[in-house]
Design a protein around this ligand. Sequence first.
Ligand SMILES: *Cc1c(COP(=O)(O)O)cnc(C)c1O
Length: 382
Amino acid sequence: MQFIDLHRQYEVIGKKVESGLNRVLSHKKFIGGSEIRELEDRLADFAGTKHAICCANGTDALIISLMTIGAGDNDAVFVPSFTFFSTAESVSLAGATPVFVDCRRDTFNISAGSLKEAIENVKREGKLKPKAIVAVDLFGQPAEYDKIRKIADEYNLFVIEDGAQGFGGEIKGKKACSFGDISTTSFFPAKPLGCYGDGGAIFTDSDEFAEMIRSLHIHGQGEGKYDNIRIGMNSRLDTMQAVILDAKMDVFENELEMRNHVAQRYSEKLRDWLDVPVILDNYMSCWAQYTLKAGEGQNRDHIIRSLNEQNIPAAVYYPIPVHLSGAYKSADQRYAELTNTEYLCSRVFSIPMHAYLKDDEIDVICDTIKRITEDKNRSQNE
Ligand SMILES: *Cc1c(COP(=O)(O)O)cnc(C)c1O
């Protein structure tokens, strides 16, 4: 069994992928082929934003977004600590300072209360200037952008949506990657919409930002190719990846339904055994991960080991809070309590999640989990 099964998906999209790649091989516009703009239009259309600009990966998408809003020296950018490292790393690479914020225990997403506490503490200390919030749509569920926007307005901050795991999610029918002043996603192969290498995209409704982003992602390009008007990056999606993403977009809507079916079946079967993921009312997840929490008296690492022994992959996203990672722990300066983050890092684990998981496979996984947790309880009671 695979954690994310790209083989089964290929059986569905393979023909279109191969004919698209052959087309690129014959026209040979490997960088900047017309397929890129076509994909950008399709992505913007899906997300409901005015602009989508493709780039080399989700980390670059964040760095370019932060450069676009002018985040730099002495700016505080508020990020959750329960996320992939890249969310904070991109802030540091842009020259600003990540300030870590706690998350909700139920949804795993940034906590509005903790965010406010961190902003107030940064202001009180007076060393850094609050500049932006990077909210993450962790495991596929959008963060609470109504609350985040209210706080951003109150303190005059930009909102960046890190939708690397979120593309395809919704709040009240409005799509993920449309909630930030600038929003980003990643096309890393394991993401809900993944290509066959690295890739990413940046979304915005602002013409001014879009122009800046287009310039920044190709060496700060101005009107002409050799007219470089600012310091930028070399961060393009290549044409072959665009062709693969185009094939995947054909089935994406359908896959979202299939992922939601998998998640629903998991939750129905596992609800009485473990803490299952919580999706807020009117929210839809694209299920980048299906993440469970071991409860009191349940040993997470024992559960994972036992699953692996039965050839069922399981993994921990994320075992170490970003504020305690090697890169950040020595500079660790708390502006907010991060207790939920630390709690979750010791409790969560994720089980196989992809659109092509079959009902009988889901049932085997659930039955195995039940047996493991039951055995554990029994051995503890003896
Ligand atoms: C994957 C991921 C990124 C980075 O994307 P890459 O394409 O790997 O650079 C950023 N943020 C989050 C939350 C991610 O999961």
